[in-house]
Design a protein around this ligand. Structure first.
Ligand SMILES: [Zn+2]
Ligand SMILES: [Zn+2]
Length: 80
């Protein structure tokens, strides 16, 4: 199951599980739209993979399968 992480790895901005601003790679590295495009140019800094918009999880599914609360913040990997 997709891990819906609560923040951007680059700028630590909060990303709600239904946010349209969240972008992920195939390993679920998670970034906000600004970082994904302006800083990373669509490529994950950890694995080199493509970043795509994260699908939102419907509210009823979130009740059964809550979003992750584990924050991942690795600004050293992100170009400023
Ligand atoms: Zn960000
Ligand atoms: Zn990645």
């Amino acid at each position: 199951m997709l891990e819906l992480r609560p923040n951007c790895e680059c700028c630590n901005r909060d990303l709600a599980p239904d946010s349209a601003d969240a972008w992920i790679c195939s390993f679920e590295c998670t970034f906000c739209e600004h970082c994904a495009h302006t800083r990373l140019h669509g490529t994950c800094p950890n694995c080199g993979g493509e970043l795509v918009r994260r699908p939102s999880r419907p509210p009823d599914a979130l009740v059964r399968h809550p979003a992750s609360a584990r924050r991942v913040y690795k600004p050293e990997g992100c170009p400023s």
